[in-house]
Design a protein around this ligand. Structure first.
Ligand code: TGC
Ligand code: FAD
Length: 392
């Protein structure tokens, strides 16, 4: 793979909107990605293998629980710093950002928000350093966009719960130490349970042959009469709103992350367009190539503004779930469009692993689907503006 020469586009001088702390956090994440992710990620993606050696570093740059309070081992940062870290990590690879998102927003967040103090102290510090890795089990084979229909369930057996069912498409499942699993009790109410690797009847087979997120491990969670201690139930919130609340945090991070992938594709295509000569001219001198680049930087700039504003609203506790959906949907679609155009600008070279673009493009096909599909987020916006839910 070519050396990482990335230069971040900032067409509207948005750095002026950031604090010194934001820039420090962003720049250290950027430097870490250049040093630890860019040189190795293509090879791991080609081999469809997760690079376990980066886990410790991810913890050190605040990639695990950036906004979780310091007393629980988190970085105690604000929402814009969290977003900037996601942007930089996904600039390297969406699969690495997946690991970070799942650990932060789908495992640490529910333990922090819905767990008790013993659960927080037991799990959060180890998750923050990467000593422990978690995964999040919501999706089932027959219930993806409609998680409320889930059939995974647990029964109260006096001194423990008995958990049965299966989850599918679970990031980090094959090597996670713990899983935050969403399951129905005997009355049909959804609760979160912490299931630990090693519990009898709990297995995590890996999903193979993905053409997307190849450097991220995906798998199933299978529960065959798993005895879960009663202490492992998250006591402070139940109902579908509990997992969906975690998704708000993760979707917000993805909105920033997608900008990172888009910036990398744009920056690569811009540099290539100045160097590649055809018909005795750099291809960047042709109007058709300029159209692509001009549209890319326009869309990146719009997404940067949208997302920065969303971060301000999150910091003020005012962001709605529907606003988060709009940003996730817009930014991932924007990044996917840019990745496809950037790939074309590199001609044949665009399909090779010499450049990051095709990997980003394939990764984004998952990002546009997980955490709520492109269409589901459109329906969330539709419901928000009309008051009518069109899901069912
Ligand atoms: P609905 O009746 O609308 O809502 C049920 C309850 O949930 C509340 N709620 C939310 N709460 C917090 N945050 C949100 N975003 C919320 N959205 C809804 C709602 O107020 C209600 O509460 P209550 O108290 O009244 O019961 O639910 P519905 O069944 O009609 O479904 C709505 C829909 C379709 C929007 C929702 O199911 C949905 O978002 N589906 C998409 C599923 C999804 O996003 N799955 C993601 C799985 S995890 C994943 O992909 C990880 S990828 C990780 C990586 O690698 O990065
Ligand atoms: P479906 O829900 O079957 O949707 C199929 C199509 O139908 C989509 O285009 C969808 O938009 C459309 N559709 C569905 N309902 C409607 C409707 N009402 N109106 C109009 N169109 C509709 N899940 C987890 O729980 N944890 C994870 O860690 C996790 N990681 C993932 C990693 C990867 C690589 C992938 C690909 C997925 C992951 N997921 C995870 C699952 C992901 O959240 C689901 O794939 C996603 O929510 C969509 O569900 P589905 O694949 O079952 O598609």
């Amino acid at each position: 793979m070519k050396p990482d020469l990335f230069q971040a586009p900032d067409y509207y001088l948005l750095d002026d909107l950031l604090t010194e702390e934001h820039k420090l956090v962003r720049d250290s994440a950027r430097a870490w990605v250049k040093k630890e992710v860019s040189p190795i990620i293509e090879e791991y993606a080609q081999r469809a293998e997760f690079p376990h050696q980066i886990v410790k570093g991810l913890g050190e740059i605040g990639g695990f629980g950036p906004y979780i309070p310091v007393e629980y081992g988190g970085a105690g940062l604000d929402q814009i710093s969290y977003g900037l870290i996601m942007q930089e990590i996904e600039r390297g690879d969406s699969g690495v950002r997946s690991t970070s998102s799942v650990q932060s927003s789908l495992v640490m967040y529910p333990i922090w928000k819905y767990g008790n103090e013993e659960q927080r102290m037991k799990y959060l510090p180890k998750l923050a350093t990467g000593e422990m890795i978690g995964c999040f089990g919501l999706t089932e084979p027959d219930f993806g966009s409609n998680p409320g229909g889930m059939v995974t369930n647990f029964k109260d057996k006096g001194d423990h719960y008995l958990l049965n069912g299966a989850k599918m498409w679970i990031s980090n499942a094959p090597f996670a130490d713990i899983a935050v699993v969403w399951a129905k009790d005997e009355s049909g109410r959804i609760h979160g349970l912490i299931v630990e690797r090693g519990m009898e009847g709990f297995t995590t087979p890996e999903t193979h042959n993905k053409w997307s997120l190849r450097a991220s491990a995906t798998g199933e969670l299978i529960f065959d009469n798993v005895k879960v201690p009663k202490d492992n139930l998250l006591p402070n919130k139940s109902g579908l709103g509990a997992p969906l609340g975690c998704l708000d945090s993760a979707r917000y991070g993805i909105a920033w992350g997608a900008i990172g992938a888009a910036m990398d594709c744009y920056d690569t295509a811009l540099r290539y367009s100045k160097e590649r000569i055809q018909f005795d001219k750099p291809i960047g001198a042709f109007q058709l190539q300029q159209k692509k680049l001009a549209e890319m930087i326009t869309e990146i700039t719009k997404a940067q503004l949208l997302t920065w504003r969303l971060g301000v609203l999150r910091n003020e506790g005012k962001a709605t779930s529907a606003q988060i959906s709009m940003a996730k949907r817009n930014n991932v679609d924007m990044a996917l469009t840019i990745a496809r155009d950037a790939r074309q600008m590199l001609g044949g070279m665009g399909i090779t692993g010499e450049y990051s673009i095709m990997r980003h493009m394939m990764n984004l096909e998952s990002v546009v689907t997980y955490e709520g599909t492109h269409d589901i987020h459109l329906l969330i916006t539709g419901m928000d503006v009309t008051g009518f839910a069109a899901f069912k």
